[in-house]
Design a protein around this ligand. Structure first.
Ligand code: HXC
Length: 285
């Protein structure tokens, strides 16, 4: 899909890059010639990912243990990363989420998600942006949001609030920093199964099938499809895209939004009957 050196010369920091979608995007960045920095809370997960990456791309990956909810840890990590070699791009991927009826959420439960998704993303983005601005360096920020950043969604209230906030951050800074060489975009993925998200969000096989049935393409996304979109948006050739959120969901959210899409429940007989009735009405008129 891409020239093999699409991201050559880039150094990309991916938060939560040791597992799940972040790891998939990281591997694709390495394949396309970038160097990688991955950070996360669990250092053993990061080291495992690094060992896997190093086997194919020796020396291409650096790791930093960092809980992005803690602004001091974020600053310490960024000092270390930039002292080694400034990054050229940031991917805000780290997230937390769980299903719950909203009336059962305690303040700590609300905070558990928003402190990662909104506060953590803001700490890293502001820290990276400040360093780029001070150095007069250009850069790209790509944040992973969700289609419910626009629509909201029951049962994932803290995540919906936080993802909407990250989208607002993206659009705000795209304007404020765009003239100084920093562009910010977001991706709103539909369902891309990962171990972490699926055990929290899709607790049964029935729900898994029900979800698939909601997607016009009839399947979940593949990690490479998301990773390719991320690399496209990170590449210099997409340098005029700024403040945009690109949806990659097989048409899922549009299907929920389109007023007459529920008509898919009709079978051939129903359609024949409707056509007959419509014809009759026209003949009368
Ligand atoms: C109800 C819950 C809960 C649950 C935690 N809490 N899990 N409440 N249902 N399943 C409540 C606890 O009761 C507690 O409140 C408070 O939240 C803090 O809980 P901790 O376990 O101490 O929090 P913490 O260790 O910080 O855990 C954070 C987490 C956890 C977000 C809850 O799941 C996590 O670290 N996840 C990271 C990985 C992850 O979630 N990946 C999936 C991302 S998917 P009280 O008041 O009882 O003390 C994603 C995309 C979705 O974001 C889009 C899909 C299309």
């Amino acid at each position: 899909m891409f020239q093999p050196d699409l991201l050559a010369g880039q150094r990309i920091l991916i938060t939560g890059g040791g597992s799940g979608l972040g790891k998939g995007m990281g591997r694709r960045c390495l394949e396309l010639g970038a160097d990688l920095v991955i950070c996360g809370r669990r250092t053993e997960v990061l080291e495992e990912a690094k060992a896997e990456f190093d086997a194919d791309f020796p020396g291409g990956t650096a790791t930093y243990g960092c809980d992005i909810r803690d602004a001091d840890q974020v600053e310490a990590m960024l000092d270390g990363v930039f002292a080694e070699r400034p990054i050229t791009a940031l991917v805000n991927n780290a997230a937390g989420n769980f299903l719950a009826r909203s009336e059962t959420l305690s303040p700590r439960a609300f905070d558990a998600v928003t402190r990662i998704v909104l506060n953590g993303t803001a700490y890293v983005t502001l820290g990276v942006g400040r360093r780029w601005l001070e150095a007069g360096q250009s850069g790209t920020v790509l944040s992973i949001v969700a289609t419910y950043a626009w629509t909201g969604s029951g049962y994932v209230l803290p995540s919906a609030c936080a993802k909407a906030g990250v989208q607002a951050l993206t659009q705000s800074l795209a304007v404020e920093w765009g003239g100084r060489g920093i562009r910010l975009n977001a991706i709103a993925p539909g369902p891309f199964p990962t171990e972490g998200a699926w055990e929290r969000l899709v607790p049964s096989k029935d729900l898994d099938s029900a979800w698939k049935a909601r997607i016009p393409l009839g399947r979940f996304g593949e990690h490479d499809e998301l990773a390719n979109l991320a690399c496209f948006l990170l590449a210099g050739g997409s340098g005029y895209i700024n403040g945009e959120t690109v949806v990659i969901d097989g048409g899922e959210w549009l299907k929920g939004a389109g007023q007459f899409n529920f008509m898919e429940a009709l079978d051939d007989e129903d359609w024949d009957e409707m056509t007959r009735k419509a014809q009759k009405a026209r003949n009368k008129g």
